[in-house]
Design a protein around this ligand. Structure first.
Ligand code: V07
Length: 250
């Protein structure tokens, strides 16, 4: 990968033994990025896909084991139909161009979210790509698509109750058992959440999984989010001390 001088500088300041294993991102600010340039919101989403391409490449290069991107929330259906239609064309577009490289780099792509409300043609375009990467053992790239965390937890509880009834109710419910019913089963919890676009909220994203994650917010709009910003987030992450409720060791 070709890096610029400032990127190399920051990369040198990062402790490569303490790269976050799982990074989650809320990719906000695409519409505003476009509107401030007098462009239609779709232009912001299109540029946002370019940032996704670069971000995935760079996370893979850094050795991040899991990257989870919030692409479309259960609330996003309330947007104008034209915008929703455009957004729904992006997964297929992204996979069409990126699939060869994802396969070459051993990246496994998966969806988090409720599949049944996604248009059949969208699922068809996605599933071919997903199955081509299903056997890969490198970075896990998860796209949260038609995703809402409260819905995720509610569904998990519902499925868990069903299984408990089958077993005659003689099973104790642990946190790990409940987590095994979430979309993220098998993934470690995120070490770091990055939100672009200047809002300071979680917005119903990974509510269970973010319990102990470091949160990093930036006013930078997603289409402008660069490798330098990501390196800055990781450098800040490494400055922070995670105690999980314990008192400081220092
Ligand atoms: C979307 C680009 C990033 C900024 C946020 C909104 C627009 C990549 C995907 C995607 C999803 C599933 C998949 C492969 C790629 C995507 C939507 C929007 C709906 F399997 N970017 N991106 N999906 N944006």
């Amino acid at each position: 990968m070709e890096l610029e001088t400032r990127e190399k500088e920051l990369l040198g300041k990062i402790d490569h033994r303490r790269i976050p294993g799982h990074v989650a991102m809320i990719m906000d600010g695409n519409g505003r990025w476009a509107q401030e340039r007098g462009l239609p919101r779709s232009a912001g989403h299109r540029q946002g896909v370019e940032t996704v391409r670069e971000t995935v490449r760079f996370c893979n290069y850094l050795g991040i084991k899991a990257l989870t991107l919030f692409a479309f929330s259960t609330e996003n259906w309330r947007r104008p139909a034209r915008e929703v239609n455009y957004l729904m064309s992006l997964p297929g577009q992204y996979l069409q161009t990126e699939l060869p490289e994802l396969v070459k780099n051993n990246v496994r792509v998966q969806l988090l979210g409720e599949r049944n409300r996604l248009p059949a043609q969208v699922l068809r375009a996605i599933d071919e790509g997903l199955s081509a990467t299903a056997g890969n053992s490198g970075m896990t790239l998860s796209f949260a698509l038609n995703y809402g965390a409260r819905r995720e937890i509610t569904r998990a509880v519902e499925a868990l109750i069903g299984d408990l009834q089958l077993k005659g109710g003689k099973v104790s419910v642990s946190e790990d058992l409940l987590a095994s019913y979430l979309y993220t089963a098998g993934l470690p919890d995120p070490d770091l959440l990055i939100r672009t676009g200047g809002e300071y909220r979680i917005s119903n994203f990974l509510l269970w999984q973010l319990a102990y994650s470091e949160l990093w917010f930036t006013p930078v709009y997603w289409p402008d989010f660069s490798r330098l910003h990501l390196l800055g987030a990781i450098a800040d992450f490494q400055q922070r001390e995670r105690r999980y409720g314990r008192i400081s060791q220092k």
